[in-house]
Design a protein around this ligand. Structure first.
Ligand SMILES: Nc1nc2c(ncn2[C@@H]2O[C@H](COP(=O)(O)OP(=O)(O)OP(=O)(O)O)[C@@H](O)[C@H]2O)c(=O)[nH]1
Ligand SMILES: [Mg+2]
Length: 424
């Protein structure tokens, strides 16, 4: 568990929609029958799903690209294209998805939770769909819509139930090695631990079994919240812990007196994230065998710590574990309620917007608008007629006027450009 990857990028490209078909029925006695071009198939979607099958984001570092299948094109005789296969990408439970502006857009914190990362393009409509009283033989069809394509940042926060926090050399790693199977490096100098260690603590027997995960967070020091020491990089791993275990070094040669240690640690946690100060926490004196029992008793009676332990002799360790377990149990109940409140939003606005290109031309961006213009044969007057009517309905005309467009200005939509006319 010493090296786990906790951030990666993923590139998702959903399938493109297939093009609609332009086709006419062939009948023995009719020169040109009615339109019978089928629709293109929809492109496949890409979903991310929280799964305990995977535990790191390593795979995305090696190869970040995931793509879904395109829809196939429509054909004559009203034959519709085939829908592209969607794919489900498994990510570890606890993965947070951010857009490239660091905005959180999904929190895959529960096993099985699924999130649509890229929507497949809709298939284009075949010319059959454009049949109307005024258009008996529509000679155009829609192109398939391009599937969505995004880069996302993935972040996996350590799913620790308890974070062990304390100054360097206070005995964090030793404790985790005693209460779990984790085997971190232990040594008598500060900053021995360079990455967080995870350990699973198991208690009880088969009838009454429970377990929780403890993280040994590398030594915090004063200024950690501003990036000093190793602190900043690892403080984020504390965010999800249901309980905090604060270890205090009672020995006379500790760099700070016990009260000071506690004060500085609280200050650093609070500066990093004010919420952490409301997190259930237990302050415990570590290495009790190395200090005078009278001093320990005094610290306890002053309320500097709730209890004392020694990982070396095992004193107090069982009691500590059962305290932690009940704190975690209580924390889990609270979290279960919270989970429903998480808002998951999609990155792209569904409407359109008018922007100026560097050369001054007007550009209209948005799915519905771009899709309207994606008609396969834009050179026919009836296709252009159709496009103009649709754009007007979507409000593009009005929006362009509001943006200050004038007669003759260039307007770009998708891959096409038009000269703006008042009647447009
Ligand atoms: N006497 C005594 N020594 C201990 C106890 N727990 C840890 N130590 C010793 O204290 C030193 C530091 O222990 P670590 O567990 O590496 O401390 P740490 O908090 O993980 O330190 P960093 O990783 O540097 O932040 C080691 O020499 C341990 O053997 C204890 O309960 N009693
Ligand atoms: Mg350590």
């Amino acid at each position: 568990m010493s090296s786990f990857v906790d951030s990666a990028q993923i590139h998702v490209k959903a399938g493109n929609g297939g093009a609609g078909s332009v086709s006419f029925r062939r009948e023995a006695h009719v020169d040109k029958g009615g339109p019978d071009g089928g629709d293109g198939g929809n492109g496949g979607d890409i979903w991310l799903q929280a799964s305990t099958n995977v535990s790191s984001l390593l795979r995305f570092r090696d190869f970040p690209h995931r793509a879904a299948e395109n829809g196939s094109h429509g054909a004559g005789k009203k034959k519709h294209g085939i829908t592209g296969k969607s794919i489900v990408v498994e990510v570890p439970v606890g993965t947070v998805v951010k857009d490239l502006n660091s905005e959180v857009i999904a929190d895959l914190d529960v096993e099985g939770k699924k999130w649509l990362a890229a929507k497949g393009g809709q298939g284009g409509r075949g010319n059959t769909r454009f049949l109307s009283n005024s258009k008996r033989a529509p000679s155009f069809a829609e192109q398939g819509e391009v599937g969505e394509e995004f880069w996302y940042d993935l972040e996996l926060k350590l799913a620790a139930d308890v974070a062990i926090i304390g100054f360097p050399n206070v005995g964090k790693s030793t404790l985790i090695s005693v209460i779990s199977a984790a085997k971190p490096k232990i040594a008598d100098y500060p900053f021995t631990t360079l990455v967080p260690n995870l350990g699973v603590v198991q208690i009880g027997d088969r009838q009454d079994f429970s377990e929780f995960i403890v993280a040994d967070i590398p030594g915090l020091i004063e200024g950690a919240s501003e990036g000093k020491g190793l602190g900043h990089e690892f403080l984020k791993h504390i965010e999800r812990a249901k309980a905090l275990l604060i270890l205090i070094d009672p020995s006379p040669n500790a760099p700070l007196a016990p009260e000071e240690q506690s004060r500085v640690l609280m200050k650093e946690l609070g500066t990093y994230m004010a919420d952490l100060l409301d997190r259930p926490r237990l302050t415990v004196i570590s290495k009790m065998d190395s200090a005078d029992q009278r001093e320990i008793d005094e610290l306890l009676s002053r309320g500097t710590a709730a209890m004392a332990i020694s990982s070396a002799t095992g004193q107090g360790v069982n009691r500590l574990v059962s305290e932690l377990e009940s704190m975690v149990r209580a924390g889990r109940k609270v979290q279960e309620v919270d989970e429903d409140e998480i808002v998951i939003h999609r990155p792209i606005p569904q409407n359109f917007q008018v922007v100026r290109d560097p050369d001054g031309a007007f550009r209209v961006k948005g799915r519905a608008v771009e899709r309207t213009v994606a008609i396969s044969n834009i050179t026919t007057p009836e296709a252009i007629d159709y496009i103009q009517t649709r754009l007007k309905k979507l409000g593009v005309d009005r929006a362009l006027k509001r943006s200050g467009v004038r007669e003759g200005d260039e307007v770009r939509i998708a891959g096409f450009s038009f000269d703006y006319q008042e009647s447009m």
